[in-house]
Structure formats: structure tokens, C-alpha cells
Write a protein that binds this ligand. Sequence first.
Ligand SMILES: NC(=O)c1ccc[n+]([C@@H]2O[C@H](COP(=O)([O-])OP(=O)(O)OC[C@H]3O[C@@H](n4cnc5c(N)ncnc54)[C@H](OP(=O)(O)O)[C@@H]3O)[C@@H](O)[C@H]2O)c1
Length: 313
Amino acid sequence: MRIFVAGHNGMVGSAIIRQLQINGYNEIIVKSSKELDLRDQASVQNFFLQEKPQIVIDAAARVGGILANSMYPYQFLMENMQIQNNLIDSAVKFDVQKFIFLGSSCIYPKFAQQPIKESYLLSGALEETNEWYAIAKISGVKACEAIRKQYQKDFVSLMPTNLYGPYDNFDLQTSHVMPAMIRKFHEAKQTNDSVVLWGSGSPMREFLFVDDLAKAVVFMMEGETTDNLYNVGYGADISIKELALLIQQIVGHKGEIVWDASKPDGTPKKLMDNSKIMDLGWKPEVDLSSGIANTYDWFLSNIEKYKKVAING
Ligand SMILES: NC(=O)c1ccc[n+]([C@@H]2O[C@H](COP(=O)([O-])OP(=O)(O)OC[C@H]3O[C@@H](n4cnc5c(N)ncnc54)[C@H](OP(=O)(O)O)[C@@H]3O)[C@@H](O)[C@H]2O)c1
């Protein structure tokens, strides 16, 4: 099978490539955003015509945390819709057998009942800080669902919880909570400074090691799916305060942690119900401490890259 992994340079895409290679797949097609801008419909159609992928995994997106979402709402809405629409529509036109669309848990309502089941989609208002991104992702889920209904094709959406691991984004302007904390604790350790973290530390969050998500993607790729939407979670959550203490211990920072309560907390609790995919046979394998230690090792081996990011702004 010719498999196109869109977004293979990213944290999720690179983990999927590693997992496909472990499972012996060798006809994997990749293109960086410089080689193929997925926002450009004509280029994407031409690529499908030339390469004829049979399976498409969409791990390409413009992603970022609260700050990036609030600074670039239009790009988060429009670029994500352009990327996924071009991929999904070309996949239908060029008869792709299987399409895996990756979204995120932010598609669910801010005050959804916990743990969040797939059926809670569109049952309440979204978290305002990332609604642009969430609305784009919801439209991708619905596009895949419509194709499944209308054309009986195996187009499926996977909604991972917060992910972390090698190739995460450690740029403090655009990163998610876990890599931001790892970098802040690491840098404060060098200078013996305290670490300032956003919010109150009380929100509860769930984190999944990215290799576990990659295993879920390949697992779903290999089996036939009967439904259109599956959560992929770790199955347990932790407060941001407890997470900070765990990272502080793994990094070896000895200073104080200061909580900046003037900054927003976001959704109070977000835990996915992952029973639907677990019932099919997938389960997470990497615990939080081992996953963070692995991610910190990767950060240390790639630290030069992040020093340059900081200098160049
Ligand atoms: N990170 C998380 O915690 C998390 C959680 C849940 C779900 N997800 C989902 O997983 C997917 C991937 O996330 P990630 O964390 O791996 O993001 P990432 O590290 O930022 O990677 C995103 C990839 O998308 C590609 N891309 C962006 N714009 C593009 C364009 N216009 N044309 C072609 N390629 C483009 C980039 O390619 P280049 O590098 O070549 O520019 C990049 O490799 C997203 O759908 C996201 O919603 C992520």
C-alpha cells in the first residue's frame, strides 16, 4: 500500500513514520510544506494524480497554544480548513481507500461531562481561546463522516488528547504546556532562577506519549473501522501543578515555582473517554514519568536548535 503521511516533519507525523517503519511499511510518501503547500488546492490535486496514494494519514496542521491561537485566529481557522479540505477532497476524487484525519480534544465543548465521549461533539459551547482551531477540526470530522455516509469509504477521525514526545515544539511563543514547562525548568536550572507558570495550576489535563498515538493510528489503519470518530487518550489526568512538580523533579530544577494567576487557565478539566478504541484492542503503554524523561532526553540532544530559535525570536 502506498501511504501518504501529511505533516511527516511534525511531532505526530514523525512518530507515525517511525511506527510505520517498525511495522514494515516501505512505500511511504512524504512532502514537506516547502515541497507541497497543502493550502494550495491545485498543487495537492496534482500531487494525488502523480503519486496515487492508497492510504492518507493527515497529521498536517497549523498548531499552537493559547497565545498563538489568540494572535492568529484567522490563520488557525482558514489554514487548517484549507489543508484538510484539499487532502480530503483529493482523497475522494482519487479513490483513496483509507483516510485518517487527526484532530484534537479541543473539538469538544468547554464544559463537557467528564470523561468526554465521542457523542458529546457539538453538545455545547467551545473553549473561546482555541475555537478557531476547533471549528476547523470539527469541519474536518464532519467532512470525513459525510464521505463515510455518502460513499461508504473508510474515512475515520481520531481525536488525541494532549500529546508530548520527541519533535515537540519547544518555542515558548507557540508551544503547548508540557514542552513549555520542560524548557522553562531546564533554563531556570542553569541559572538557579524560579519558574513562572501560567494560571492557577488547578486545571486537570490528560497527556499521551506521541508514540502511543502513532501506534493507535497504525492500528486503526490496519483494521477496518466501523465508526467515524474515536478518542485516543491516556485514560487518566493530572493537575497542572502536579505535572509541574513531576517535570521539575525529572529536569532537576531546585528553585521556586511561581503561579501567574493573571493568565488564563483554560478549560477546568479535560479527560477523554477512550473506551471505544480500547474496546477494539489498542491501549497506551508509556507512563507519564517515562514519557517525560524520554522527551527531556530528546530536548537535551536537540538543544542547539532551540537556542537558535530563542536568539532569532
Ligand atoms: N501536539 C499535540 O498535543 C496534539 C494533540 C492532539 C492532536 N494533535 C494533532 O496532530 C496533528 C499534528 O500535530 P503536531 O503536534 O505534530 O504538529 P507540528 O509538530 O506542528 O507538525 C505539523 C506539520 O504540519 C505541516 N504543515 C503545516 N502547514 C502545512 C502546509 N501549509 N503544507 C504542508 N504541510 C504543512 C508541517 O510541515 P513542515 O514541517 O514541512 O513545515 C508540520 O510538519 C494536528 O492535526 C493536531 O491537531 C496534536
